[in-house]
Design a protein around this ligand. Structure first.
Ligand code: ADP
Length: 374
Protein backbone atom coordinates (compact mmCIF):
# COMPACT_ATOMS: atom_id res chain seq x y z
CA UNK A 1 0.00 0.00 0.00
CA UNK A 2 1.18 3.51 -0.82
CA UNK A 3 2.68 5.49 2.03
CA UNK A 4 0.21 7.82 3.76
CA UNK A 5 1.19 11.45 3.22
CA UNK A 6 0.85 14.59 5.29
CA UNK A 7 -1.28 16.23 2.61
CA UNK A 8 -3.77 13.35 2.78
CA UNK A 9 -4.10 13.88 6.51
CA UNK A 10 -4.48 17.65 6.10
CA UNK A 11 -7.13 17.10 3.42
CA UNK A 12 -9.11 14.85 5.78
CA UNK A 13 -8.76 17.30 8.65
CA UNK A 14 -9.94 20.04 6.29
CA UNK A 15 -13.47 18.66 6.77
CA UNK A 16 -13.43 19.15 10.52
CA UNK A 17 -14.72 22.30 12.19
CA UNK A 18 -14.48 23.33 15.79
CA UNK A 19 -17.87 23.88 17.45
CA UNK A 20 -19.31 27.27 16.53
CA UNK A 21 -16.77 27.90 13.74
CA UNK A 22 -17.50 28.32 10.04
CA UNK A 23 -13.96 27.52 8.98
CA UNK A 24 -12.23 24.15 9.24
CA UNK A 25 -9.45 23.48 11.73
CA UNK A 26 -6.71 23.38 9.07
CA UNK A 27 -7.64 26.78 7.63
CA UNK A 28 -7.95 28.09 11.17
CA UNK A 29 -4.30 27.06 11.61
CA UNK A 30 -5.25 24.96 14.60
CA UNK A 31 -3.40 21.86 13.39
CA UNK A 32 0.28 21.65 14.19
CA UNK A 33 3.12 19.21 14.73
CA UNK A 34 1.82 16.83 12.06
CA UNK A 35 4.02 13.77 11.90
CA UNK A 36 3.38 10.76 9.68
CA UNK A 37 5.57 7.68 9.69
CA UNK A 38 4.86 4.15 8.53
CA UNK A 39 1.11 4.75 8.73
CA UNK A 40 1.27 6.17 12.25
CA UNK A 41 -0.05 9.69 12.54
CA UNK A 42 0.50 12.24 15.27
CA UNK A 43 -0.68 15.84 15.39
CA UNK A 44 -1.92 18.42 17.81
CA UNK A 45 -4.89 20.74 17.70
CA UNK A 46 -4.28 24.15 19.17
CA UNK A 47 -7.19 25.20 21.36
CA UNK A 48 -8.06 27.86 23.84
CA UNK A 49 -6.97 26.36 27.16
CA UNK A 50 -10.25 27.39 28.80
CA UNK A 51 -12.21 25.29 26.34
CA UNK A 52 -9.83 22.32 26.39
CA UNK A 53 -12.03 19.72 28.13
CA UNK A 54 -15.13 20.72 26.12
CA UNK A 55 -13.28 20.10 22.87
CA UNK A 56 -12.68 16.40 23.39
CA UNK A 57 -15.35 15.56 20.73
CA UNK A 58 -13.40 17.73 18.26
CA UNK A 59 -10.20 15.81 19.03
CA UNK A 60 -12.06 12.53 18.59
CA UNK A 61 -13.60 13.65 15.28
CA UNK A 62 -10.18 14.68 13.97
CA UNK A 63 -8.69 11.36 15.04
CA UNK A 64 -11.53 9.45 13.36
CA UNK A 65 -11.14 11.45 10.14
CA UNK A 66 -7.44 10.59 9.94
CA UNK A 67 -8.08 6.96 10.86
CA UNK A 68 -10.51 6.60 7.97
CA UNK A 69 -7.71 7.12 5.43
CA UNK A 70 -6.62 3.79 3.93
CA UNK A 71 -3.16 2.84 5.16
CA UNK A 72 -3.38 4.73 8.45
CA UNK A 73 -2.57 2.33 11.28
CA UNK A 74 -2.84 4.57 14.30
CA UNK A 75 -3.66 8.19 15.06
CA UNK A 76 -2.82 10.25 18.09
CA UNK A 77 -4.40 13.68 18.20
CA UNK A 78 -3.61 15.88 21.16
CA UNK A 79 -5.27 19.10 22.25
CA UNK A 80 -2.63 21.66 23.08
CA UNK A 81 -2.94 25.05 24.66
CA UNK A 82 0.10 26.46 23.00
CA UNK A 83 1.20 26.41 19.40
CA UNK A 84 4.71 24.98 19.00
CA UNK A 85 6.81 27.71 17.48
CA UNK A 86 8.00 25.84 14.41
CA UNK A 87 4.70 24.24 13.49
CA UNK A 88 3.58 26.61 10.79
CA UNK A 89 0.62 25.17 8.91
CA UNK A 90 1.15 24.64 5.24
CA UNK A 91 -2.14 26.05 4.01
CA UNK A 92 -1.97 29.36 2.22
CA UNK A 93 -4.87 31.78 1.69
CA UNK A 94 -6.16 30.89 5.12
CA UNK A 95 -8.15 33.40 7.10
CA UNK A 96 -6.32 34.59 10.19
CA UNK A 97 -7.12 32.60 13.29
CA UNK A 98 -9.57 34.26 15.65
CA UNK A 99 -7.94 36.53 18.14
CA UNK A 100 -7.44 34.76 21.42
CA UNK A 101 -5.38 35.59 24.46
CA UNK A 102 -1.74 34.60 24.22
CA UNK A 103 -1.61 31.11 25.70
CA UNK A 104 0.38 31.02 28.91
CA UNK A 105 2.93 28.32 29.42
CA UNK A 106 1.56 27.34 32.78
CA UNK A 107 -1.84 26.58 31.24
CA UNK A 108 -0.99 22.99 30.56
CA UNK A 109 -3.15 20.83 28.37
CA UNK A 110 -3.47 18.57 31.37
CA UNK A 111 -6.41 19.83 33.37
CA UNK A 112 -5.54 20.99 36.87
CA UNK A 113 -1.77 20.79 36.35
CA UNK A 114 -0.15 24.20 36.63
CA UNK A 115 3.31 23.38 35.30
CA UNK A 116 5.00 20.39 33.73
CA UNK A 117 8.77 20.07 33.93
CA UNK A 118 10.94 17.47 32.23
CA UNK A 119 13.98 15.89 33.87
CA UNK A 120 16.24 14.76 31.06
CA UNK A 121 19.73 13.47 30.40
CA UNK A 122 21.80 13.02 27.29
CA UNK A 123 22.41 9.35 28.09
CA UNK A 124 21.35 6.61 30.48
CA UNK A 125 22.88 5.77 33.84
CA UNK A 126 23.66 9.29 35.03
CA UNK A 127 21.06 9.10 37.80
CA UNK A 128 18.25 10.94 36.00
CA UNK A 129 15.46 8.85 37.58
CA UNK A 130 17.01 9.03 41.05
CA UNK A 131 17.23 12.79 40.65
CA UNK A 132 13.66 13.08 39.28
CA UNK A 133 12.24 11.07 42.20
CA UNK A 134 14.16 12.97 44.88
CA UNK A 135 13.47 16.31 43.21
CA UNK A 136 9.72 15.57 43.05
CA UNK A 137 9.75 14.57 46.72
CA UNK A 138 11.79 17.64 47.67
CA UNK A 139 9.31 19.91 45.87
CA UNK A 140 6.53 18.20 47.82
CA UNK A 141 8.36 18.53 51.15
CA UNK A 142 8.89 22.21 50.27
CA UNK A 143 5.10 22.56 50.24
CA UNK A 144 4.00 22.10 46.62
CA UNK A 145 1.44 19.67 45.19
CA UNK A 146 3.46 17.31 43.03
CA UNK A 147 2.97 14.51 40.53
CA UNK A 148 5.63 12.30 39.00
CA UNK A 149 5.28 10.81 35.53
CA UNK A 150 7.71 8.13 34.51
CA UNK A 151 7.99 8.68 30.76
CA UNK A 152 10.82 6.19 30.48
CA UNK A 153 8.64 3.68 28.68
CA UNK A 154 11.51 1.34 27.87
CA UNK A 155 12.94 1.13 31.36
CA UNK A 156 10.38 2.38 33.88
CA UNK A 157 11.97 2.66 37.30
CA UNK A 158 9.51 4.74 39.32
CA UNK A 159 7.45 1.85 40.73
CA UNK A 160 10.62 0.51 42.37
CA UNK A 161 12.09 3.87 43.35
CA UNK A 162 8.85 5.16 44.81
CA UNK A 163 8.11 1.88 46.60
CA UNK A 164 4.89 1.25 44.71
CA UNK A 165 3.31 -2.04 43.72
CA UNK A 166 0.00 -2.95 42.16
CA UNK A 167 -1.97 -1.42 39.33
CA UNK A 168 -3.79 1.90 39.01
CA UNK A 169 -7.57 1.62 39.09
CA UNK A 170 -10.01 3.19 36.69
CA UNK A 171 -13.10 4.92 38.07
CA UNK A 172 -14.92 4.99 34.72
CA UNK A 173 -13.24 2.58 32.33
CA UNK A 174 -11.59 5.50 30.50
CA UNK A 175 -9.27 7.33 32.85
CA UNK A 176 -6.81 6.02 35.43
CA UNK A 177 -6.23 7.09 38.98
CA UNK A 178 -2.49 7.52 39.56
CA UNK A 179 -0.75 5.57 42.31
CA UNK A 180 0.38 7.51 45.34
CA UNK A 181 3.17 7.33 47.90
CA UNK A 182 4.97 9.84 50.15
CA UNK A 183 2.19 12.33 49.29
CA UNK A 184 2.86 12.49 45.55
CA UNK A 185 0.93 11.01 42.65
CA UNK A 186 2.87 8.67 40.39
CA UNK A 187 2.18 7.19 36.99
CA UNK A 188 4.44 4.77 35.16
CA UNK A 189 4.19 2.24 32.38
CA UNK A 190 5.80 -0.07 34.92
CA UNK A 191 2.41 -0.36 36.65
CA UNK A 192 0.82 -1.67 33.48
CA UNK A 193 3.20 -4.46 32.53
CA UNK A 194 4.69 -7.36 34.39
CA UNK A 195 8.04 -6.64 35.93
CA UNK A 196 10.97 -7.99 33.92
CA UNK A 197 8.94 -7.95 30.69
CA UNK A 198 11.18 -6.52 28.04
CA UNK A 199 9.43 -3.65 26.35
CA UNK A 200 9.78 -3.49 22.63
CA UNK A 201 7.80 -0.56 21.38
CA UNK A 202 7.77 1.18 18.10
CA UNK A 203 8.18 4.94 18.17
CA UNK A 204 4.54 5.89 17.54
CA UNK A 205 3.34 3.47 20.22
CA UNK A 206 5.67 5.13 22.66
CA UNK A 207 4.31 8.51 21.72
CA UNK A 208 0.70 7.54 22.17
CA UNK A 209 1.43 5.78 25.48
CA UNK A 210 3.10 8.94 26.76
CA UNK A 211 0.22 11.11 25.68
CA UNK A 212 -2.27 8.79 27.37
CA UNK A 213 -0.31 8.78 30.59
CA UNK A 214 -0.51 12.55 30.55
CA UNK A 215 -4.02 13.02 29.30
CA UNK A 216 -6.01 10.08 30.60
CA UNK A 217 -4.73 10.11 34.18
CA UNK A 218 -6.68 11.85 36.94
CA UNK A 219 -3.84 14.00 38.21
CA UNK A 220 -6.15 16.36 40.10
CA UNK A 221 -4.80 19.75 41.11
CA UNK A 222 -1.01 19.87 40.89
CA UNK A 223 1.43 22.73 41.20
CA UNK A 224 3.99 20.79 39.25
CA UNK A 225 4.20 17.52 37.35
CA UNK A 226 7.76 16.21 37.15
CA UNK A 227 8.32 14.07 34.06
CA UNK A 228 11.19 11.58 34.16
CA UNK A 229 12.10 11.57 30.49
CA UNK A 230 13.58 8.61 28.65
CA UNK A 231 17.37 9.03 28.41
CA UNK A 232 18.80 10.52 25.25
CA UNK A 233 17.61 12.91 22.61
CA UNK A 234 15.68 10.64 20.25
CA UNK A 235 12.11 10.58 18.95
CA UNK A 236 10.33 10.09 22.25
CA UNK A 237 12.06 13.05 23.85
CA UNK A 238 11.47 15.27 20.88
CA UNK A 239 7.78 14.36 20.79
CA UNK A 240 7.43 15.06 24.49
CA UNK A 241 9.21 18.34 24.12
CA UNK A 242 7.01 19.32 21.18
CA UNK A 243 3.64 18.02 22.24
CA UNK A 244 3.58 18.60 25.95
CA UNK A 245 3.34 22.17 27.14
CA UNK A 246 6.52 21.94 29.16
CA UNK A 247 7.15 24.90 31.41
CA UNK A 248 10.81 23.96 31.54
CA UNK A 249 13.43 21.24 31.44
CA UNK A 250 16.21 20.19 33.77
CA UNK A 251 19.29 18.38 32.53
CA UNK A 252 20.99 15.86 34.80
CA UNK A 253 24.62 15.18 34.07
CA UNK A 254 27.64 13.55 35.63
CA UNK A 255 30.79 15.63 35.54
CA UNK A 256 32.54 13.58 32.85
CA UNK A 257 33.19 15.38 29.64
CA UNK A 258 31.52 12.70 27.57
CA UNK A 259 28.35 12.91 29.59
CA UNK A 260 28.50 16.65 29.22
CA UNK A 261 28.69 16.41 25.47
CA UNK A 262 25.48 14.37 25.67
CA UNK A 263 23.97 16.84 28.09
CA UNK A 264 24.65 19.60 25.60
CA UNK A 265 22.64 17.70 22.99
CA UNK A 266 19.73 17.55 25.44
CA UNK A 267 20.03 21.22 26.14
CA UNK A 268 20.02 22.11 22.47
CA UNK A 269 17.03 19.89 21.82
CA UNK A 270 14.89 21.77 24.36
CA UNK A 271 16.12 25.11 23.13
CA UNK A 272 15.24 24.15 19.56
CA UNK A 273 11.64 23.43 20.51
CA UNK A 274 11.46 26.54 22.63
CA UNK A 275 11.31 24.91 26.04
CA UNK A 276 13.26 26.92 28.62
CA UNK A 277 16.06 24.99 30.28
CA UNK A 278 15.69 25.73 33.98
CA UNK A 279 19.20 24.48 34.67
CA UNK A 280 21.70 21.66 34.99
CA UNK A 281 22.13 19.37 38.02
CA UNK A 282 25.48 17.65 38.48
CA UNK A 283 24.90 14.15 39.85
CA UNK A 284 27.61 11.85 41.26
CA UNK A 285 29.50 15.08 41.55
CA UNK A 286 32.07 13.89 44.08
CA UNK A 287 32.51 11.00 46.50
CA UNK A 288 32.70 11.35 50.25
CA UNK A 289 34.66 8.44 51.70
CA UNK A 290 32.52 6.80 54.40
CA UNK A 291 35.71 5.75 56.27
CA UNK A 292 37.83 8.88 56.28
CA UNK A 293 35.19 11.50 55.39
CA UNK A 294 37.39 13.08 52.75
CA UNK A 295 36.07 14.16 49.37
CA UNK A 296 37.20 12.44 46.17
CA UNK A 297 36.46 13.98 42.79
CA UNK A 298 36.11 10.69 40.94
CA UNK A 299 34.62 12.12 37.78
CA UNK A 300 36.29 15.50 37.81
CA UNK A 301 33.91 17.47 40.02
CA UNK A 302 32.64 20.80 38.71
CA UNK A 303 32.38 19.98 35.01
CA UNK A 304 28.65 20.65 34.87
CA UNK A 305 28.96 23.96 36.66
CA UNK A 306 31.63 25.15 34.26
CA UNK A 307 29.64 23.88 31.32
CA UNK A 308 26.45 25.56 32.54
CA UNK A 309 28.31 28.86 32.73
CA UNK A 310 29.66 28.36 29.21
CA UNK A 311 26.20 27.58 27.87
CA UNK A 312 24.58 30.47 29.68
CA UNK A 313 22.28 28.16 31.57
CA UNK A 314 21.67 28.16 35.35
CA UNK A 315 23.50 25.63 37.49
CA UNK A 316 21.03 24.19 39.98
CA UNK A 317 23.38 22.30 42.29
CA UNK A 318 25.34 19.13 42.82
CA UNK A 319 24.61 15.78 44.44
CA UNK A 320 27.50 13.56 45.56
CA UNK A 321 27.97 9.91 44.70
CA UNK A 322 26.91 8.23 47.89
CA UNK A 323 25.98 4.68 48.79
CA UNK A 324 22.99 5.87 50.82
CA UNK A 325 21.51 7.59 47.76
CA UNK A 326 21.75 4.40 45.74
CA UNK A 327 20.49 2.11 48.49
CA UNK A 328 17.50 4.26 49.39
CA UNK A 329 16.33 4.91 45.84
CA UNK A 330 16.85 1.32 44.76
CA UNK A 331 14.86 0.05 47.75
CA UNK A 332 11.87 2.34 47.26
CA UNK A 333 12.52 4.81 50.05
CA UNK A 334 14.33 7.78 48.45
CA UNK A 335 16.74 9.69 50.63
CA UNK A 336 14.63 12.86 50.76
CA UNK A 337 12.03 10.83 52.69
CA UNK A 338 14.18 8.28 54.50
CA UNK A 339 16.85 10.66 55.81
CA UNK A 340 15.03 14.00 55.71
CA UNK A 341 17.49 15.80 57.97
CA UNK A 342 20.62 14.50 56.29
CA UNK A 343 22.84 16.55 53.98
CA UNK A 344 21.61 14.83 50.80
CA UNK A 345 17.93 15.56 51.49
CA UNK A 346 18.93 19.16 52.21
CA UNK A 347 20.84 19.33 48.92
CA UNK A 348 17.81 18.06 46.97
CA UNK A 349 15.55 20.52 48.79
CA UNK A 350 17.85 23.41 47.95
CA UNK A 351 17.82 22.35 44.30
CA UNK A 352 14.00 22.07 44.42
CA UNK A 353 13.87 25.60 45.77
CA UNK A 354 15.96 26.88 42.85
CA UNK A 355 13.85 24.94 40.36
CA UNK A 356 10.74 26.53 41.81
CA UNK A 357 12.28 30.00 41.57
CA UNK A 358 13.35 29.42 37.99
CA UNK A 359 9.87 28.13 37.15
CA UNK A 360 8.17 31.10 38.75
CA UNK A 361 10.51 33.42 36.88
CA UNK A 362 9.59 31.73 33.58
CA UNK A 363 5.90 32.05 34.32
CA UNK A 364 6.02 35.68 35.20
CA UNK A 365 8.31 36.39 32.26
CA UNK A 366 11.11 37.73 34.45
CA UNK A 367 14.67 36.71 33.87
CA UNK A 368 15.62 33.89 36.22
CA UNK A 369 17.48 35.15 39.26
CA UNK A 370 21.18 34.62 39.20
CA UNK A 371 21.81 31.36 40.92
CA UNK A 372 24.79 31.17 43.19
CA UNK A 373 25.95 27.88 44.57
CA UNK A 374 28.75 27.75 47.08
P1 ADP B 1 19.20 6.90 34.87
O1 ADP B 1 17.76 7.25 35.14
O2 ADP B 1 20.00 8.09 34.43
O3 ADP B 1 19.39 5.73 33.98
P2 ADP B 1 19.21 5.95 37.62
O4 ADP B 1 18.58 7.07 38.36
O5 ADP B 1 18.40 4.73 37.34
O6 ADP B 1 19.87 6.50 36.27
O7 ADP B 1 20.55 5.59 38.41
C1 ADP B 1 21.40 4.54 38.00
C2 ADP B 1 21.99 3.91 39.27
O8 ADP B 1 22.82 4.86 39.92
C3 ADP B 1 20.94 3.49 40.28
O9 ADP B 1 21.32 2.28 40.89
C4 ADP B 1 20.94 4.62 41.30
O10 ADP B 1 20.56 4.19 42.59
C5 ADP B 1 22.39 5.05 41.26
N1 ADP B 1 22.58 6.46 41.60
C6 ADP B 1 22.00 7.54 41.02
N2 ADP B 1 22.43 8.69 41.57
C7 ADP B 1 23.31 8.33 42.56
C8 ADP B 1 24.09 9.06 43.52
N3 ADP B 1 24.09 10.39 43.55
N4 ADP B 1 24.88 8.34 44.38
C9 ADP B 1 24.89 6.98 44.33
N5 ADP B 1 24.18 6.24 43.46
C10 ADP B 1 23.40 6.91 42.57
Amino acid sequence: MAEVTESQILAALGDIRAPGQETDIVSMKMVSGLHVRDGHVLFSIEVDPQRGPALEPLRQAAEDAAKAIPGVLSVTAVLTAERPSQAAPRQSAAPPPQARPAPARQKAAVEGVKAIIAVASGKGGVGKSTTAANLALALSVNGHKVGLLDADIYGPSMPRMMGLRGKPTSPDGKSLNPMENFGIKVMSMGFMVEEETPMIWRGPMVQSALMQMLRDVNWGELDVLVVDMPPGTGDAQLTMAQQVPLAGAIIVSTPQDIALLDARKGLNMFRKVDVPVLGIIENMSYFVCPDCGSQHDIFGHGGAKAEAARLGCPFLGEIPLHLAIRETSDSGNPIVMSQPDGPHAQAYRAIAERVWEALSAEETGRAAPRILVQ
